[in-house]
Design a protein around this ligand. Sequence first.
Ligand code: MG
Length: 158
Amino acid sequence: MIRAGIGYDSHRLVVGRPLILGGQRIPHDRGLEGHSDADAIAHALTDAILGAAAMGDIGRLFPDSEPKWKGADSMVLLRLACEQVAGGGFTPRQADITVILEGPRLARFIPAMIEGLSRATGIAADALSIKAKTNEGMGFIGRGEGVAVMAVATVEST
Ligand code: MG
């Protein structure tokens, strides 16, 4: 049986932090603020996969009250979440991700993101999609104050 899950994440863009999205460090004058590395792509995908398996969410698995996860590599958290999901009898099969940010342009980083996310989740690279778009200057994203990510993932019960 195939099950679908949805994930959403947003983080504030601040000076003095690296910008890490989909496991890639993107050259930019600001980065995402958060307890972990604030990789909103990894977080949204983690929630989509956990949601598909009905196994909670990233905040329940890796609470930000836990010093252990401070500065955590979110690709590692994604991998750990997939191990949990596998333990529950589910295999991640496919994901589609939309990143909404006013800049910088992500296109040239997307192939490497897909490769890394494929390694972390076990999802075939040709079943992983990442799309980036701007918010046409509107709202907090349009003002460059933050980034939002939506993800859908499917898992197969094994
Ligand atoms: Mg997050």
